[in-house]
Design a protein around this ligand. Structure first.
Ligand code: GDP
Length: 314
């Protein structure tokens, strides 16, 4: 059993998890219990935004906070117990503080931004952030080149964070563009992790705004298709619904069913199998039915273990 490597004395598996900042990040945390330092998370950077003079990289940072057990689980973002003195000071100064960043979260962004300004690649900056949080697994930006998600709403193209925060993701979605994807390449660290993986897991993240940007990086799909490891997706739909956020609206816009069929359609040929809490259409591809709600450390670990056992059986 994958989860019993310690008692059996064999190596833990090398696992790659593709993730946004919530569902995939939670599964990455469960996977950390099993794979330890042999876990590499490929995180979406198409939500990155420059604000207050720093580069915010929400998904890689959320993955780092989950892996470090620092995450503010109630809010679903930021660091538990963080303070907001800087945001309050900015507002008092009449500065629009539209993007909420806690004080320690801002320190993370300062660390990254200083490295980037000194010429470091985003991959190196993300590694420094993860190291500072005490994370032993690798948190890998999907690319060192910029890709940016834009959402068309009310006839205007908005950067993703503006759509999410200013429009509260409530306006109708009329289009999605992943700008820069054709000029972006997977990093050597991403390619090495994919090439040496025993299992590749597409986490239960938003297929349209978290996973599609990762897959849009030129060469990423090829690298995943060429990998010796099976590629398995975990559905973000629990009890037939997305748990929170605009996943359902983005899937509806993209013509994807709200359910495991939509996940299969989203990733198509790449997939060797699917994990969901609902049965698959008969014979469409291998699948396993599991409890996919990850509201506790035990459930995160169990879902990771079930996913890796399934992958190992393919
Ligand atoms: P973002 O980067 O913060 O937008 O978040 P992601 O794209 O990584 O994840 C959003 C998705 O996570 C939503 O579709 C949720 O349904 C899914 N999600 C959140 N918690 C869970 C969970 O416990 N289990 C599963 N299977 N999916 C979850």
């Amino acid at each position: 059993l994958v989860g019993e490597h310690r008692s059996s004395g064999s190596h833990p598996p090398s696992v790659v998890v593709l993730a946004g900042g919530t569902g995939g990040a939670k599964l990455a945390r469960g996977t950390l219990d099993i794979a330890g330092e042999r876990l590499a998370v490929i995180a979406n950077t198409a939500d990155d935004v420059d604000v207050y003079g720093v580069r915010v990289s929400p998904d890689p940072d959320l993955v780092t906070y989950w892996l470090a057990d620092l995450i503010d689980e109630d809010r679903g973002f930021g660091i538990a117990g963080d303070t907001d003195r800087v945001m309050r000071a900015l507002r008092a100064a009449g500065h629009p503080a539209w993007f909420e960043l806690g004080d320690r979260d801002l320190a993370t962004c300062l660390l990254r931004s200083e490295l980037l300004r000194a010429g470091a690649r985003p991959t190196i900056a993300a590694a420094r952030v993860a190291e500072a949080a005490g994370v032993v697994a690798r948190v890998l930006p999907m690319s060192d080149e910029p890709v940016a998600t834009f959402v068309r709403s009310g006839g205007r193209w908005l950067p993703f964070q503006e759509f999410m925060v200013v429009e509260r993701a409530s306006a109708p979605i009329e289009g999605v563009e992943l700008r820069g994807a054709e000029g972006a390449r997977p990093t050597e660290q991403v390619l090495a992790a994919i090439g040496s993986a025993d299992a590749i897991v597409i986490g239960p993240s938003n297929p349209v705004t978290s996973i599609a940007p990762i897959l849009s990086v030129d060469g990423m799909r090829d690298a995943l298709a060429r990998a010796a490891a099976p590629v398995v997706a975990v559905s973000p739909f629990v009890g037939g619904r997305a748990l929170k956020g605009p996943t359902e609206a983005f899937c509806a816009h993209a013509g994807l069913e709200i359910g495991v069929a939509g996940i299969q359609r989203a990733y198509g040929e790449l997939l060797d199998g699917v994990v969901a809490d609902e049965p698959l259409e008969a014979a469409s591809m291998p699948g396993v039915v599991a409890d996919t709600l990850m509201d506790s450390p035990q459930r995160r670990r169990s879902l990771a273990a079930a996913t890796l056992e399934f992958a190992a059986s393919l």
